[in-house]
Write a protein that binds this ligand. Sequence first.
Ligand code: HEC
Length: 124
Amino acid sequence: MHLNTKIREGSFELTSCSRRLQRWCVALASCITLAAQAQTGPGASNVQELQVQLWAASCMACHGPQGRAEGTGLTIGGRDANELLGRLLAYKLGQRPSTIMSQHAKGYSDDELASIAAYFASLK
Ligand code: HEC
């Protein structure tokens, strides 16, 4: 935080410089603040968690809110993580018949699929 303050103080000294430079300094200061928050803010792994939630949100378009597409047979929320991951990997390798899922699964690394499977499993 005090890094940000220092940079902001620095930009006050730049009164003789162009406004463009000042604006750049302010933008840089807020970037540094954001980066600092991403690393040290509440829950350091937040960025990673948000990434997984973002991926999962795209799955929910078809698999329902919280992965619970009631009545369609596509519910994935609250199911066993290993079972979900097994299916996702099988889709990725083309070992499980699918209309759309093999294409989705191919877009993620195995580790990413494991994180997504764990996330849906956690939605009890
Ligand atoms: C465009 C709609 C759509 C999206 C988006 C989608 N799925 Fe699917 N999903 C399906 C369909 C349809 C099936 C049935 C297999 C098939 O036809 O591909 C399926 C099957 C599955 C299955 C197997 C379910 C079972 O009981 O056998 C899992 C697990 C799964 N999807 C996970 C995901 C995950 C994780 C994502 C996001 C990365 C995702 N899906 C995104 C439509 C979708």
